[in-house]
Design a protein around this ligand. Structure first.
Ligand code: SF4
Length: 341
């Protein structure tokens, strides 16, 4: 039985407290102390009586905590945390942009999606993270340097392949009695699991959605992202349109720029037709080849040309620079530091 109090929603904590014969409202103290005060042990939840804390411990309840293995700071200010788990490691990246502090969290140890341009895909998949392990990445970054304003589920792993834990973590992070991070400040990035996108549209809390698109045709996309063979572009975009119709949110399409693969003018010209009718922006991402990667990065000149074709077609386009590249914390690089160990 999972007896990690950090892995429980407030509703679940209320049930636990009631089952132990205590007043339900005490669950609020547990939730608040774990998610706001940063309690790492049951003994630190001081509003609970000593007798109740002893009862929780006697019943096997505990608070899990991630172990920090390393913390690296890039010259551009980006910070990467490396955490050791029972099976493998995960990495979490903190990006600074003016007042905004955005945390990029991991959801799995390794990834099974096998996107060809991504270092994480090279790491053998070990397991899904629990909701507690996802939330704890935020706890630790926050206690290290102040409030996190935005969260992006774009670290190691495919968030929607760990659906239950990811949605649970969203609820915890967004809860007004917890960290109270606005749902519009939380983004889930997916490689395109169309049925899970539809399912997410039916949740009580719907985060912003980013879709890693990377190609305008199925042939090319399947070459870069094998998952496209299972969920081709037409079905994926139908799911995205459905998500938008339910949430009224702008969708972000991510596009990793790979030299001579997906970065030609003809690709830029095809994208607007594909995305017609979707309120969206396209985020062009400089490719960060890992050691042994078969692809090279597009030049910045060609990225600008690609962006201007999209702009002229009326698609809002941004270019994401290689923040954190010096510490292998940039997009597609997570895990690259220990690939050869
Ligand atoms: S890009 Fe994302 S979904 Fe694709 S292999 Fe890397 S971590 Fe997995």
């Amino acid at each position: 039985m999972n007896q990690d109090l950090k892995d429980k929603t407030l509703d679940e904590l209320e049930q636990i407290v009631a089952d132990l014969g205590r007043k339900k409202y005490l669950a609020q103290y547990i939730f608040h102390f774990i998610h706001v005060e940063g309690a790492t042990e049951v003994s630190q939840i001081t509003p609970l009586s000593k007798a109740f804390r002893a009862q929780l411990l006697a019943q096997g309840y505990r608070i899990s905590n991630l172990d920090i293995l390393d913390k690296l700071t890039d010259k551009d200010g980006t910070i990467k945390y490396v955490f050791a788990l029972d099976a493998g490691r995960i990495e979490t990246v903190l990006l600074h942009d003016g007042q905004r502090r955005t945390l990029c969290v991991s959801t799995q140890v390794g990834c099974t999606m096998d996107c060809r341009f991504c270092a994480t895909a090279q790491i053998p998949f070990q397991r899904n993270l629990t909701a507690a392990e996802i939330v704890d990445q935020v706890n630790i970054a926050q206690s290290d340097g102040g409030r996190i304003s935005n969260i992006v589920y774009m670290g190691m792993g495919e968030p929607l392949a760990n659906y239950a834990a990811v949605v649970k973590s969203l609820r915890m992070l967004n809860h007004p009695k917890g960290k109270n991070i606005g749902i519009r400040h939380i983004t889930i990035s997916t490689c395109g699991l169309a049925p899970a996108i539809r399912k997410l549209a039916g949740e009580a809390v719907c985060p912003r959605l980013a879709v890693s698109l990377n190609a305008p045709t199925d042939t090319l996309r399947t070459r870069l992202m094998p998952i496209n063979a299972k969920y081709p572009i037409a079905g994926l975009l139908a799911a995205v349109r459905f998500y938008q119709s339910r949430t009224r949110q702008r969708i972000t399409f991510e596009y990793v720029m790979i030299k001579d693969m997906n970065d030609l003018a003809e690709h830029a010209k095809t994208l607007p037709k594909l995305l017609e009718g979707v309120l969206c922006n396209v985020n062009l991402i400089e490719h960060n080849p890992y050691l042994g990667c078969e692809f090279a990065a597009t030049s910045s000149t060609r990225i600008r040309q690609f962006a201007s074709i999209l702009d002229r077609a009326g698609i809002e386009t941004t270019v994401r620079f290689r923040m954190g590249r010096g510490i292998k914390a940039a997009c597609g690089q997570l895990g690259a530091g220990w690939l050869n160990e």
